[in-house]
Design a protein around this ligand. Sequence first.
Ligand code: G1P
Length: 361
Amino acid sequence: MKPSPHIKALVLCGGKGTRLRPVTNTRPKHLLPIANRPILFYVLDYIALAGITEVGIVISPGAGDEIRKAVGDGSRWGMTVDYITQLEAKGLAQAVSCARGFLGESSFLLFLGDNLIQGGVAGFVAEFASHRPDALIMLKEVADPRAFGVAQLDGRGRVTKLVEKPKQSLSNLALIGAYIFSPLIHQAIEGLEPSWRGELEITDAIQRLVITGGRVSSHILQGWWVDTGKKEDLLWANRVALDEFLCARMAGSVGGTSVCNKVDIGHNAHIQNSQLQGPVCIAEDCTIRNSVVGPYVSIGAGTCIEDSQLEDSVVMEGCHIHGVGPISSSIISRNCRVTGDGPQAPACLFMGDDTELSLTS
Ligand code: G1P
């Protein structure tokens, strides 16, 4: 039996999150909270559960400090974290070459820091360790593969061809941002030409591996996968995280309030005269009065909600929401003030930090 390979992980957090502006104007996409935890923390949980302890995080010069501050040295996950700065976001393959010093001659899991995968990556890592291909890629059947890297397989699940954002149908199997490579990938990246979008595509590097006789295997994900690139995806991720990861807790005080389904109420949160329809996650120091909250709402620390109605939404830290609703499918970033004079027409909001909004009936 071959010895188990030493596997590191490389998490990419370099993208700008332009499709989530204005929320990402002031916070890196990877730190946006779902069920009150940064997306990146779920990714690091997956990696820790897969038994990987050496992790590199690729950051952009602008957003890097916040990510360093949030994750620290990785000891919370029992791992060491190295930070690698990618000066310009010029593609996934370019991010890998920036991390060449960190990766050395190790095999590595490459994971996009804003993707969530049902069941994590422990099984995926174990599959690589037992079969030792040159690359193992995670795929998922999607309705419209044109927005992704796409792979074609032979009857045994071996990859025969890959194309990034194909114009013509190749298959409905999309690459979903989790890959494991042997060090052979570095040769395939050297000499890559930028794609039509000016990026060094990891999909093209894997295609080079295939052409040069490398053994590229696939793992088809049956469960859900969320790429949190847009508002709707972030809301979906919040629902998924509330369904799958929320632990019921009652650390605050609740009076005159009906509670159904799972709720997590943080320390020093005060809920009065309200209805909580779980799953709902309320962080510490929140106040909720005379309001109907949920299902699928996450509320960040120190937020106050009064005389309002809210469902399927992410409200971040330090907000004040008074006299508004019904609000649904909304993302309200830090320190926003949303006020109104009673029930209004239903509203879907998407607000960056420090915004004030007044709604009238
Ligand atoms: C990137 C990859 C693509 C993959 C996708 C998954 O695309 O290039 O192959 O299918 O991530 O989210 P991008 O998000 O850069 O368009």
